[in-house]
Structures are given as structure tokens and as C-alpha cells.
Design a protein around this ligand. Sequence first.
Ligand code: GUN
Length: 280
Amino acid sequence: MIIDGKKEAEVLRNEIKKEISLLQEKTKKVPTLSVILIGNYAPSEIYVKNKVLKSKEVGINSNIIRYPDNVSENEILKKIIELNEDSKVSGILVQLPLPKQINKEKIINLIHPSKDVDGFHPVNVGNLASGYQAITPCTPLGCTLLIKKIEKNLSGKHAVIVGRSNLNGKPMAQLLLKENCTVTIVHSKTKNIKVECSKADILVVAIGVPNFVKKDWVKEGSIVIDVGINKLENKIVGDVKFEEVKAKVKAITPVPGGVGPMTIACLLKNTLECFKAHLI
Ligand code: GUN
């Protein structure tokens, strides 16, 4: 089975849209997402354009605050303080990567945890790791929702995650632990990645290497989630050799049309959650 991320994302966006509309009737307010975009890195331009477009569709008021590549760190920090204090702003997103004169850690740490729609702030990271309520990074959240569409009860399943980034691998592990999976994270220094992958009931691949996972790496009947977005010979491919792996597994996400649309839908979900938290 090929998991239709586009369709699932549309279902989620429709739910979000309905809830925003009801809240707007009641409160006369709408969620607002402020996106800081620095420089003109083409992939970031595309991601941000999509985020803003989909926000509008569900009734989230979003705006892009643009800066040139050589902007000072101080100017960005000042803007974040201003957005933190602005009661009309529900969520703040600083698109990554950042130019080298800007310290990512400083930026992430300054965004108020209650407006941190990416779930990157240490307070949210810590809450997620503790199993408390937390704003959860959008991509792993989207992956979890897709996995749960295929298999409601993940208890006791062996999940293997390829990649240990703060953006994907680490929060993915926390979410699957919360679902009572037995979780293994493999990475560039792991001795035998192939053997570890072949034990997975659920395999999440977020390593950024095109066609990294082959057919003989996956277990028959497993669920494979491909987080990769790689440009290869003018085509977008994932981290999994889709054509050969799909025949062997129970379910797999395609690239494009798998995890990507869910990431954006989850950003909208997080923005709505931040908006609701500020209404109280
Ligand atoms: N750059 C690539 N993915 C992301 C993301 O999820 N959030 C932010 N802020 N920047 C990104």
C-alpha cells in the first residue's frame, strides 16, 4: 500500500479549518503565524511560500518577514522579542538554515515556548522527552499520524529510525517511545545499519541520502516512512529506493506526496494549538 500523504494532509487541514472557523465565531480572533525568512535560499523560498499558502487556506493569517542574507543577529533577536510581545501573534517560525553570522541556538532559545510552532525550543524538546504536553516538531508529528493511520496500536513494535537530527530523528524517537514502541536510532557511526533496519516493523528514514535504503534492508510487511527530499537528476527522490521497496512492505510513503504535505499540515495544527493556548 502506498500511503497518500496528500490526502491525509487534506483531511487534517479540513479539520483545522473547521475548528478555526468555530473559534473565530466565538472569539472574533484568528490565529496568526509570523515567518522570518533570511536570504534567498531557493528551497526555503519554496517551503515558506507553501506554508503561507496553506495557512491562508485554513484561515490562519500569516506573514513573511524578510531579511537580506547579511542581516545582523541582533536585528533578528530584536524582531523575535517584538513578536513574542505581540498578543496578535500566535506562532513564530524562523526558517532554517540561517546564514553563518546568526547563531541558531540563540534564535531558537529566544522564541517564547508558547509561540514555538516548530517545537524546537528546549522547553518543548524537554517536555516531549518527559512525555508531557509539548509542541512537537512538525515532520515527526506528521510521520506519527501517518503511521497510526496504518496501525492504530504500535505497542511493542520495533521502530528503527535512520538519522539522529534534532529536527527529525530525535523527536521521532520520543513520539514512538510514547506509543510504546521499542526504538532504535541508527546513524552514520552505526556499525551495521542494514542489519538494524531489517529488524524494523516501522522504519523511518531521515538521513538525506538519495535511495539509501534498499529492498534487502527492509522486513517483509513493515511500514516504511521516507522523510528524505533529495534532488537527483532533476527529479525529487526520497531516502528509500521506492520502486523496489514498495513490493515488499505493508505500507510506504512516496516522495513527493508522502511526509511533505503532512509536515505543513502539522505546522498549521501547531499554530492552531498555540492560538488556543493564548486564548486561555
Ligand atoms: N527548514 C527545513 N525544515 C524546517 C522546519 O521544519 N522548520 C524550520 N523553521 N525550518 C526548516
